[in-house]
Design a protein around this ligand. Structure first.
Ligand SMILES: CC(C)(COP(=O)(O)OP(=O)(O)OC[C@H]1O[C@@H](n2cnc3c(N)ncnc32)[C@H](O)[C@@H]1OP(=O)(O)O)[C@@H](O)C(=O)NCCC(=O)NCCS
Length: 170
């Protein structure tokens, strides 16, 4: 099944499908910073966001599709400050009905390859909830190591989730 996955940079025409995708993945897990409400953005705002991401040399928004349907998303964003330009922030999601098929691995490889290609990134960091064993295992597999821990980082309803901070030096 994995050979049907096609990963590309998001294009403005993906805006509506991306917002729908984020509503869905937000509803499927408590491990993200958003729930079923997804992103508080209109389709037009999302189009502009995608355009900005695709124009930036040190940022990327990747969508993985099967039969033209979004099944995974990954992003690298970088602060717009010279002193922080070497530091990439990584985020990744896979639709729940496609978990365990290697798409997380494929997206991680694409994101790390992007960072290696920019010529400016030296470190990739991410934040993951401490009980998200699947994601932590994925990140460790790609060389990330834990560098910090924060209690009560996220509050889902009345339930607090602790965060693990991870980094990869490239
Ligand atoms: C975390 C996530 C991205 C993994 O994606 P995936 O497509 O299921 O991952 P893959 O099938 O490529 O598996 C990659 C690795 O994840 C780990 N993994 C997969 N299934 C696992 C399981 N049941 N238990 C523990 N680790 C598991 C393994 O290290 C695996 O490598 P392997 O196949 O060589 O053993 C996906 O589950 C997801 O999007 N979850 C919800 C959103 C989320 O938590 N995002 C991360 C926020 S920090």
């Amino acid at each position: 099944m994995q050979d049907k996955l096609i990963i590309n940079k998001a294009i403005p025409e993906d805006a509506e499908a991306l917002l729908t995708y984020m509503n869905l993945v937000g509803s499927e897990t408590d491990n993200l910073s958003y729930g079923s409400e997804g992103m508080p953005m209109t389709v037009e705002q999302e189009r502009i966001f995608i355009e900005r991401m695709s124009e930036a040399e040190n940022q990327v928004l990747l969508v993985g599709k099967i039969d033209n349907e979004i099944v995974c998303v990954g992003s690298i964003d970088t602060a717009n400050r010279v002193r922080l330009a070497h530091l990439a922030n990584l985020a990744i999601t896979v639709r729940k009905d496609f978990w365990g098929k290697g798409f997380g691995n494929a997206m991680m490889e694409a994101l790390i390859d992007f960072c290696k290609s920019t010529g400016v990134h030296e470190q990739i960091k991410l934040t993951v909830m401490s009980n998200n064993e699947r994601a932590i295992s994925l990140y460790k597999k790609h060389g990330f190591e834990e560098y910090g821990y924060m209690k009560n980082y996220m509050k889902v309803g009345n339930v607090y989730h602790d965060a693990v901070f991870m980094i990869l030096y490239i």
